[in-house]
Ligand binder design. Structure first.
Ligand code: CND
Ligand code: ZN
Ligand code: ZN
Length: 376
């Protein structure tokens, strides 16, 4: 490509500081260094985790930063030593890398590669520098992805090559919402056929948990949200019943216990609210229930509960990105989508150009959108 080896000037949505709208700026994107890949982003979804940074709930984040972790793109150029990717490949950037060599990568039950930047939020690539500048200032990366820009640079261990026929304006959701929710049901909880499930929070991630419960053969899928406008979609994706806690004057776990012979087999918290995490635990059956934390709570938030809740046999667990081994599993998820094993197109309720990114976040905050996909 004519741009290979050169600095690219392009548009990006920069988050200069928390609690301010993102601003569309011209930025410079340096060429990829060894074991890095420069990607032309094609589509990116807007997730609540990006909004957590914008609203100041993630104290560790360094500003300025380019957010976005749910995207698709095409490889523009690769740095030295990159063997499995070439210009023109369709890809999904991975917010958890897979180096294949660390203790978590070697453990079949973990996907939290040591090279990830979640929680630490150093905001730099693996050589401790960034490829983005704007108005003479370095701009930080976000969890190996930074998709709210026309071009991004990421480590090659954080890129999955996908089917050349995949529709990039749809499979971007595999990069977070769908991959996270679906994997939380089929991989993390390992939902069994005929079981009962409850999902708290019906955004893009929670609805994807419902899709996973349905694919796994659950017979009862109860959807819970304080916004009843979400119920139509929940039913479309497989919820067998929808409950608004505001309609009851007693704790929701009591309501659920009555409906499910003492509690559900699997309860999922997909909001990021520690009080609801405890509700999920209480809603799971005392002797054989499993509660799965998917939502990301604010920095420093804690949960307290009576340890007897676990002693009787409940399991409390959680995972990032649905427990998938990212580089290995993302291409398979794209193939499963292409082979119609599941359908998540209905999660995309809005499409906007990058310039309207603040409108996309407003739609999410007002509960009017499930996923807005931005085109670049
Ligand atoms: P989104 O905001 O679209 O959905 C959250 C839903 O929860 C909304 O429908 C709300 O109405 C509902 N809700 C809010 N408060 C309550 C309450 N008290 N009781 C019942 N329902 C309530 O968010 P999203 O789907 O984009 O993300 C959901 C969470 O998942 C969020 O915390 C996000 O940070 C997290 C997440 C996790 C991961 C991961 O890897 N584990 C990846 N991305 C996002
Ligand atoms: Zn690793
Ligand atoms: Zn996300």
């Amino acid at each position: 490509m004519a741009t290979a080896g050169k600095v690219i000037k392009c548009k990006a949505a920069v988050c200069w500081a928390p609690k301010r709208p993102l601003s569309i700026e011209e930025i410079e994107v340096a060429p990829p260094k060894a074991h890095e890949v420069r990607i032309k982003i094609v589509a990116t979804g807007v997730c609540r985790s990006d909004d957590h940074v914008i609203n100041g709930a993630v104290a560790e984040i360094k500003f300025p930063v380019i957010l976005g972790h749910e995207g698709t793109g095409i490889v523009e150029s690769v740095g030295e030593g990159v063997t499995d990717l070439k210009p023109g490949d369709k890809v999904i950037p991975l917010f958890i890398p897979q180096c294949g060599k660390c203790r978590c990568c070697e453990n079949p039950d973990s996907n939290l590669c040591y090279k990830n930047d979640i929680g630490k939020y150093n905001g730099v690539l693996l050589d401790n520098t960034t490829r983005f500048t704007c108005k003479g200032k370095p701009i930080h990366n976000f969890i190996c992805t930074s998709t709210f820009t026309e071009y991004t640079v990421v480590p090659d261990i954080a890129v999955a090559k996908i089917d050349k026929d995949a529709p990039l304006d749809k499979v971007c959701l595999i990069g977070c919402a769908f991959g996270t929710g679906y994997g939380s049901a089929v991989n993390v909880a390992k939902v069994k056929p005929g079981s009962s499930c409850v999902v708290f929070g019906l955004g893009g991630v929670g609805l994807s948990v419902i899709i996973g419960c349905k694919v796994a053969g659950a017979s009862k899928i109860i959807a819970v949200d304080i916004n009843s406008d979400k119920f139509a979609k929940a039913k479309e994706f497989g919820a067998t019943e929808c409950i608004n806690p505001k309609d009851y004057d007693r704790p929701i776990h009591e309501v659920l216990a009555e409906k499910t012979d003492g509690g559900v087999d699997y309860a999922f918290e997909v909001i990021g609210n520690t009080g609801i995490m405890t509700s999920a635990l209480l809603s799971s059956h005392f002797g054989c229930g499993k509660a799965v934390i998917v939502g990301v709570a604010s920095s420093g938030a804690t949960m307290t509960f009576d340890p007897l809740l676990l002693l009787t046999g409940r399991v409390l667990t959680g995972a990032l990105y649905g427990g998938w081994k990212t580089k290995d599993d993302v291409p398979k998820l794209v193939s499963d989508y292409m082979n119609k094993k599941f359908d998540f197109d209905g999660l995309i309720t809005h499409r906007l150009p990058l310039e309207k990114i603040n409108e996309a976040f407003e739609l999410l905050r007002r509960g009017e959108s499930i996923r807005t996909v931005l085109s670049l």
